[in-house]
Design a protein. Structure first.
Lengths: 301, 271
């Protein structure tokens, strides 16, 4: 039971990161129908920008996080405005290829700019643990879940109850009708990319700070971020709530598998956990191609 | 060009030519005016270019890769052909699109709030909201319902209410009676009159010529991208060509509204 609870803590933390990254995918997809493969790149870039703020400029942790979020939001919005807007009307796969191109750029750019930073990000949680009864939990995992909940909660408040959130939802339903109400669809596109950029930073920063199967601060964070993709398939490409639930399910399933399978079913090997998100994705695709919470006619577009 | 009246027209379309892409010429020199206080009907067979004309005035043409190649559009005396849709809504033109186009996944209330997106004055929006709910009592009863679950007639009222939330000077409607039962069409007609009476000018695109001409001060007939005929509503209603072509009166040997095939199609729709 102790092992289960401690794995659950790790799984929820990893799941919170997936949820943040998946939310970025979903927000962009809803507004623009583009699947942004560069999302993992923003995760890496965001983590490195936090490092830049902390180590190179000696800013505090939180200041660095806000700085990185602002930068990635700006990068997302600028990419949409300068590159994707010119692509409107082009086949959707061409646009997706461009996002893959952006993703591929991130590794050489981060390596050139930052080389291989010796230290990671210094979070306020370091690698301290807390004991709840018999269960030992990493503080960074608790912080990830809490911070994830705060960021996701803020997004949902914005999405549900504000004027701009209403404009985002209206745009997702019918762009032309949104335009006819005086909603600037361009601004909504840019805003969606900005939100995706900002939430990616939170995910990347927590991963680099030790949450989940931490590789520390490295470009391989983007591979972890790619596992948010099964999360959105599970939750439904156009459902922000689905992204969160999908992220948590995938995170917990992956960590649980990693915790139990090598001992219980040695034949599957230790790396099986890394594959579990994709296994779940395939199973969901077979049963519900539009995800658990997605709109059935999404594929129509 | 300005027909009489010294006042500035609310909307003036002058000699407008519109193409989609670079090749498809849809409007080929259209002029039309909506005078302050007026209801103007725009009639025409399917494919004549009515919706295109509305996109031209509302700034939605670009969304369809269309552009104005000639002529101008003025709203309350100012050229608006280079403005985007949002700017045009802010200036006081709201539109009810063909096919209603309500936000089906949002609630009735949210649809109405989306209609007020261009406005920042809370008190004004609240006043509009009260007016709209009074004008459309069905919406008041179903504010929390998901809009997609409303009946066709209710959805049309929602689309009109949403447009009125912008407190427009000019309301543009694209075939509001399409697919609705006669009783509902009557209701829509009365609502348009009421909206006009309380100070909103109306440009009404219709296939239902009887309905439109019965309330229009002036009517235009668009045919293949050109205005084939225009005149006061009652005069057009009495016009024999219009009667024959749009109202299904008389023989099919149409004189000016050619193309028997279109005629037959037309007849089926108005039935
Ligand atoms: N987005 C578009 N791209 C290209 N051609 C279009 C587009 N929309 C309409 N058309 C063409 O323009 C003509 C007029 O269409 P439309 O304005 O919708 O007519 P109406 O509303 O009178 O039925 C039609 O021949 C139609 O095929
Ligand atoms: Mg039309």
């Amino acid at each position: 039971m102790t092992k289960f609870l401690s794995l659950l803590g790790d799984g929820l933390a990893l799941g919170a990161v997936y949820a943040l990254v998946a939310l970025g995918f979903v927000v962009i997809y809803r507004a623009t129908r583009v699947i942004n493969f560069a999302q993992g790149g923003l995760v890496v870039f965001g983590a490195f920008l936090v490092y830049q703020g902390e180590h190179t400029w000696g800013l505090g942790f939180w200041v660095s996080v806000v700085f990185a979020m602002a930068c990635c939001a700006a990068i997302g919005a600028a990419f949409e405005a300068l590159v994707l807007r010119r692509m409107i009307g082009q086949p959707i796969f061409a646009i997706i290829l461009i996002t893959i191109g952006l993703f591929l750029l991130v590794e050489p750019v981060t390596t050139t700019v930052w080389h291989n930073p010796p230290g990671g990000i210094a979070t306020p949680w370091k690698l301290h643990t807390v004991k709840l009864g018999d269960v030992r939990l990493l503080q960074v995992n608790i912080a990830t879940v809490v911070l994830g909940a705060v960021v996701l909660g803020a997004f949902f408040l914005l999405f549900r109850y504000t004027r701009v959130g209403l404009a985002m939802r209206a745009t997702a339903v019918d762009q032309e009708a949104a335009l006819a109400q005086g909603i600037s669809v361009r601004q909504i596109f840019a805003l969606s990319w900005a939100i995706a950029g900002a939430v990616a930073v939170v995910g990347g920063m927590m991963l680099a700070g030790g949450a989940g199967p931490a590789p520390g601060l490295s470009v391989s964070l983007s591979l972890i971020a790619l596992r948010a993709f099964p999360a959105i398939i599970l939750g439904g490409l156009d459902s922000p709530g689905g992204a969160v639930i999908g992220g948590l399910v995938i995170g917990v399933a992956q960590v649980m598998t990693g915790g139990y399978v090598p001992a219980e079913v040695p034949a599957l090997g230790a790396q099986f956990a890394d594959v579990v998100p994709y296994v779940i994705m395939f199973l969901v695709l077979l049963v519900r191609p539009y995800g658990l919470f997605g709109t059935a006619e999404v594929e129509r577009v | 060009m300005p027909s009489g009246g010294a006042s500035t027209p609310t909307l003036a379309v002058r000699n407008v030519e519109v193409v989609y892409g670079s090749a498809i010429h849809v409007l080929r020199g259209v002029s039309l005016e909506v005078q302050p206080g007026g209801i103007v009907a725009l009639l025409g067979a399917n494919g004549a270019g009515k919706t295109t004309l509305l996109r031209t005035v509302s700034g939605l043409l670009r969304f369809h890769r269309g552009s104005i190649t000639k002529g101008s559009v003025e709203f309350q005396g100012d050229g608006i052909d280079s403005l985007d849709a949002a700017a045009i809504v802010r200036r006081g033109m709201a539109q009810v699109m063909e096919g209603r186009r309500i936000f089906a996944e949002l609630s009735v209330d949210e649809n109405l709030r989306a209609g007020a997106y261009s406005r920042r004055d809370r008190a004004g929006v609240k006043a509009s909201s009260e007016q709209v709910l009074e004008l459309f009592p069905v919406l008041a009863q179903r504010r929390r319902s998901t809009a997609g679950y409303l009946s066709g007639g209710e959805q049309q009222m929602l689309a009109m209410g949403r447009a009125m939330m912008a407190a427009p000077k000019l309301l543009v409607l694209d075939e509001p009676s399409l697919g609705l039962a006669p009783l509902i069409v009557q209701q829509i007609r009365d609502l348009i009159v009421e909206i006009n009476r309380t100070g909103t000018d109306v440009l009404l695109v219709e296939q239902n010529a009887t309905m439109a001409l019965s309330i229009a001060h002036h009517g235009y007939v668009l045919e293949n991208g050109l205005i084939a005929k225009d005149g006061p509503g009652p005069a057009l209603l009495a016009d024999s060509d219009i009667q024959e072509f749009y109202l299904g009166v008389g023989e099919s040997g149409s004189r000016s509204f050619r193309d028997l095939k279109t005629y037959r199609r037309r007849k089926r729709w108005s039935a």
